[in-house]
Design a protein around this ligand. Structure first.
Ligand code: GDP
Length: 296
């Protein structure tokens, strides 16, 4: 949990320092706390909301003790996480269809490789579908992860229709009786309309073959890109119904306050976090655990 620990240290050291430095919960105190949250990548709007709520709580309950405030702060963060389901969906009748989207470079292919490994280790049969047909490298990369995991990859030529690959992938998944079929999709954000149309078409094809699918639409975000990741999350959530977020490269940042921002602003559960480049470096994410770790 190296990534999570770094995050924890950064945010909490900051909060602790502010809480212990300031005896009076005055204006200066709130400004310092705001500074800490912003520098941990919590983001402006979430930070403002949190600070406002803390101020209000202090006023309403005449809080002067920083420890009482800490307790409320923990509850405030927890309340959002508890409502979220961080479990990976499982179809009543296999295959479970997982769509994975995200812009290039965030770690989408690597995440699919790691997730395949995790599901295989749990005893599942997995099939991969290379529906990011825009980049030849994406197809090749997925094939490499397929070999590494010893699972088949369904692919077409670069430039072909992603929906056609998905269709073939689902046929193969059904006839080979796999448990999970993971579909890599193109992550071009240059046009939201295009993205929306492509994802819509893909969803239509899946629904026709697997009526209750896709069971997961996961968005992969790079934790080191902070507010940029938040913007991607907003764009994708407007383009399609996301069921979860995978936050990669948490090992590469001491910030990680983006976990709080995603949770507060998008209300999409973070299901996994990436904490390294290796095949085992994907961890399930539990919001409650995260908050507990922040405040322990
Ligand atoms: P894609 O373009 O979104 O498919 O991105 P890739 O999966 O090719 O990953 C881009 C780079 O990020 C590669 O060098 C990966 O090894 C690296 N990467 C992916 N996930 C993680 C992670 O959790 N931690 C670290 N440190 N690197 C990662």
């Amino acid at each position: 949990k190296e990534g999570l620990n770094k995050t924890r240290n950064n945010i909490m050291e900051g909060i602790d320092k502010v809480l212990s430095t300031f005896t009076k919960l005055d204006e200066e105190f709130f400004e310092e706390l705001e500074e800490v949250l912003l520098s941990a990548d919590v983001g402006i709007s979430t930070t403002m909301e949190l600070i406002d709520e803390l101020r209000e709580y202090c006023k309403k309950h005449k809080i002067t003790d920083s420890n009482d405030l800490k307790k409320f702060f923990k509850e405030q963060l927890s309340s959002h996480f508890t409502a979220q389901n961080n479990q990976l969906a499982k179809a009543v009748t296999p295959p479970t269809v997982i769509l994975v989207c995200g812009v290039n470079g965030v770690g989408k292919t690597t995440t699919i490789g790691k997730l395949t490994n995790m599901l295989k280790n749990q005893g599942n049969k997995v099939l991969l579908v290379a529906a990011d047909t825009f980049r030849a490298a994406a197809i090749e990369q997925l094939k490499i992860w397929g070999q590494r995991n010893n699972v088949d990859v369904i692919s077409h030529q670069m430039g072909s229709d992603p929906s056609a690959v998905i269709y073939d992938g689902l046929q193969a998944a059904k006839s080979r009786k796999v448990d999970y079929v993971i579909c890599d999709t193109a992550g071009r954000l240059h046009s939201k309309v295009n993205l929306m149309e492509e994802l819509k078409k893909i969803n239509r094809v899946i629904k026709k073959e697997i009526p209750d699918g896709p069971h997961e639409s996961l968005l992969v975000l790079d934790a080191t890109t902070g507010q940029n990741a938040m913007m991607q999350a907003k764009a994708f959530s407007e383009a399609t119904d996301l069921t979860g977020v995978v936050l990669t490269k948490l090992d590469g940042t001491a910030k990680g306050g983006i976990v709080i921002a995603i949770n507060r602003e998008l209300k999409i559960p973070i299901k996994f976090v990436g904490v390294g480049e290796g095949i085992d470096d994907l961890k399930t994410f539990d919001g409650q655990e995260y908050v507990n770790a922040l405040f322990d």
